[in-house]
Design a protein. Structure first.
Length: 196
């Protein structure tokens, strides 16, 4: 019984990228090409029509997948924009509802300041409260002498005057508050119209 030695196994690494260095490998010279490569059909052979049809089918499938990927990417971008917008709307709604709940407190602080009753440490606390709410976007408005705007003013008293050319707020009975562009409460004012 003779000992037969199996043929040594030859492993050919045909990867274009070297896994150790990550560099692109140069193609092997023609002399080192394996025998299977020489046996492949040349261009213009009998299987050329089938290969072209297979290539076209693969390209069509790739184009279809690319279109699907682009559509999914556009949907994702739109989804993110919608979520960011909804998050901002929810945040502003929550902040404005808190500010709206604090309007009676702010009115009391404003009246106490007008009458000189707000002194000492309470004055500092009131200033901090108003500054904090102002940082979040709450703004008090309404000054005597402003032109009357029914979108932001509520007329509680009405008179006529020669001093004004347009309807003007002559007295602010209660200041208005707005949060960003949203009016939480219109300024309650006394209005003087020009003599007509």
């Amino acid at each position: 019984m003779s000992e037969e030695f199996p043929e040594p196994t030859v492993v050919r690494d045909r990867r274009r990228i070297d896994p150790e260095t990550g560099q692109l490998r140069e193609p092997a010279p023609a002399a080192e090409q394996p025998a299977e490569a020489a046996a492949q059909p040349t261009v213009g052979g009998p299987d050329d029509g089938a290969a072209d049809a297979e290539l076209e089918a693969a390209q069509a499938l790739a184009a279809e997948r690319l279109e699907e990927l682009q559509r999914l990417n556009a949907e994702y971008v739109n989804y993110r924009k919608r979520v960011d917008r909804d998050r901002d709307v929810a945040r502003n709604a929550a902040l404005s509802s808190v500010a709206e709940a604090l309007l009676p407190v702010l009115d009391d602080v404003h009246l106490a300041r007008q009458h000189g009753d707000l002194t000492g440490p309470f004055s500092a606390i009131a200033d901090k409260l108003e500054a904090t709410l102002g940082r979040f976007g709450l703004e008090r408005y309404g000054e005597p002498g402003e032109p009357f705007d029914p979108a932001v003013h509520e007329a509680l008293m009405h008179s006529h005057s020669d001093e004004h050319e347009v309807a003007t707020c002559v007295q602010v009975l209660q200041p208005g508050y707005r949060f960003g562009e949203r009016v939480l409460r219109p300024a309650r004012v006394a209005v003087a119209d020009p003599q007509g």
